[in-house]
Design a protein around this ligand. Structure first.
Ligand code: TXA
Ligand code: MG
Length: 319
């Protein structure tokens, strides 16, 4: 049985007992365990059916914790954190030996984030340990943005879900790497490259170009991720109703007032598609600037391929 609770003490007990508990953050819900307890972290991988080569983020309380788990931290990290932490940004830094290898998938780097949601902050503070947490969905599925989304995937697999309402950012954090003297965005998010450049200048050695990366720098950049069960196709141009029938799901972002609300509703729109049992669904990308880059990244990963309309006829092109 999985119980939804608003009591942070229940979550703290789960963490300290070496169990896995779902926790709210401002981005998406996380599946958390004591990040210093190997066996507890192992349970996350088992529950989520996540491959062990995919490292986890350590969630900490404040910037003073960075140096407990990472070393040789560049000053830029603190300057960015001063503005955006607590918040939707994750720093990939050189790992200290105290962090178990299972957390970092054997890498010598560690991803660290200070979440903003007050409930997970309370849990981290009371538990007194860093919390390792991936998004609280089954591997490859859509990230959850409220407690009932989590229950859909995790029912019977964990004891408790800490209910902190709807996540207000709605897409996962920006993952920013500071290794080998280079700054790289490994996963685009709500905090954009421009936002970061305003603080540290243009120090980016490579933009986010997953197809050009030979090695998987961040396993979250695998081509397929966040996928609904219904095949999702990207369409060039507005998905006009005249081209489709009742069995086609149409994701239309034009009803949202701005790009931030598109971001915070994206995963909900993807979930709705599955609820309605469509044959397939179509979506149009957004303008590829700012937060739009993160939205398009998630759309790309959620999709099965493209639709081209040639002389009023469809051409499905699978990835
Ligand atoms: O907003 C978020 O980041 C959410 C909430 C729960 O904090 N978490 C999340 O975790 O999205 P997850 O596990 O679904 O994605 C973490 C990403 C993955 O792409 C992973 O490969 C990358 O961070 N990552 C973690 N440690 C890394 C490391 N040492 N080097 C490179 N990438 C790393
Ligand atoms: Mg995830």
């Amino acid at each position: 049985m999985t119980i939804i609770t608003k009591n942070t003490d229940v979550a703290v007990n789960e963490i300290l007992n070496g169990n896995v508990v779902a926790l709210p953050t401002e981005t998406v819900y996380g599946l958390g365990a004591n990040g210093l307890n190997k066996n507890a972290v192992l349970k996350i991988f088992e529950i989520k059916e996540r491959p062990k080569f995919n490292p986890l983020i350590l969630h900490v309380y404040d910037t003073e914790d960075f140096a407990k788990y990472a070393k040789n931290i560049p000053d830029e990290v603190y300057r960015i954190a001063e503005i955006y932490s607590p918040g939707p940004i994750t720093f990939v830094l050189q790992k200290k030996a105290i962090v178990p290898d299972i957390v970092t998938a054997g890498l010598n780097s560690v991803a660290i984030r200070i979440p903003a949601h007050k409930l997970i902050r309370e849990v981290i503070k009371k538990a007194g340990v860093p919390i390792a947490a991936p998004s609280a969905n089954m591997f490859g599925k859509i990230s959850p943005v409220n407690a009932s989304d989590v229950l859909n995937d995790m029912c019977g697999k964990i004891n408790y879900i800490l209910d902190g309402g709807e996540c207000w950012i709605g897409i996962e954090s920006t993952v920013l790497s500071f290794l080998n003297g280079e700054v790289k965005i490994l996963r685009p998010g709500f905090v954009t490259q421009k936002d970061i450049e305003k603080i540290i200048g243009n120090k980016f050695s490579a933009n986010h170009k997953p197809e050009k990366e030979k090695k998987i720098l961040s396993p979250g950049m695998l081509k397929s991720h966040y996928a609904p069960s219904t095949p999702l196709y990207i369409i060039d141009g507005k998905p006009l109703k005249k081209y489709f029938n009742k069995k086609t799901g149409i994701i239309d972002f034009s009803k949202y007032k701005d790009i931030r609300s598109i971001a915070s509703n994206l995963f909900k729109e993807l979930r709705k598609i599955d609820d309605k049992k469509y044959d397939y669904a179509v979506v149009q990308k957004v303008e590829n600037t700012g937060i739009g880059i993160a939205i398009n990244d998630r759309i790309e990963k959620a999709s099965k391929g493209y639709i081209k309309i040639v002389n009023g006829k469809f051409k499905f092109i699978d990835k």
